[in-house]
Design a protein around this ligand. Structure first.
Ligand code: FE
Length: 210
């Protein structure tokens, strides 16, 4: 239980290990903000619940629309937050959101070299490897080597661009639309869009043979 602040009613209830230094700091700040009346515990809970509800299916919906609607794709590339709002998706993060397109000429891959900045509002929580020092340090130095470990090998004439996210800027990769999907419906296309393809370490899936 929450031995450090036995009277603190806002203490996380799920913790079953001793608090780390970082957790103590977060807890202290949150407790102060609540005591000073700046936020409420319910607001914190609602925000966490809202973040937990996000998943890559949101991003996949956006990508599928961009694939079938060139005008939407243009708007997405021009102003991503406004474009996703058209689909009823509110990007609650304060950071700017920038969409980039993978083509036959350029392949984008996203990292946060400093920590783990990620478009959570569209993709949910980042995978563990995205947060690892290994990925963060190596992908900027040897992007093709790291991509190869993910099974992704852009042709030599394709320029590989690494985008470094920050607290102010999040990126969404629009993967190339897979070949052979001319007659595929928007909903079926969305199923080909994976989390990793929107980070840029993978291509979108190719449709299963029928
Ligand atoms: Fe970060």
């Amino acid at each position: 239980m929450h031995d450090d602040h036995p009277d603190n009613p806002h203490a996380p209830v799920a913790r079953d290990h001793p608090m780390t230094e970082f957790e103590r700091r977060v807890d202290a700040v949150q407790t102060l903000l609540i005591e000073k009346g700046l936020i409420t515990a319910d607001q914190v809970r609602r925000r966490v619940e809202e973040m937990d509800s996000r998943s890559p299916t949101l991003g996949a919906k956006v990508i599928a629309r961009a694939w079938v609607d060139p005008a939407f794709k243009a708007r997405l590339l021009a102003d991503a937050k406004a474009a996703i709002a058209e689909l009823g998706i509110e990007f609650t993060q304060e950071a700017a959101l920038v969409a980039v397109e993978n083509t036959q000429k350029v392949h984008h891959v996203v990292v946060c070299t400093l920590c783990s900045c990620y478009p959570r509002g569209l993709l949910g929580y980042p995978p563990d490897w995205y947060k690892s020092l290994n990925y963060r340090s190596r992908v900027v130095v040897d992007p093709r080597g790291v991509l190869k470990e993910f099974g992704t090998e852009p042709p030599p004439d394709v320029e590989v661009r690494v985008l470094d996210s920050t607290a102010d800027m999040r990126y969404l990769v629009i993967p190339a639309r897979p070949a052979g999907t001319e007659g595929t419906s928007e909903a079926e296309l969305a199923e080909l869009v994976t989390r990793d393809s929107m980070i840029g370490v993978a291509q979108a899936r190719t449709p299963a043979l029928r």
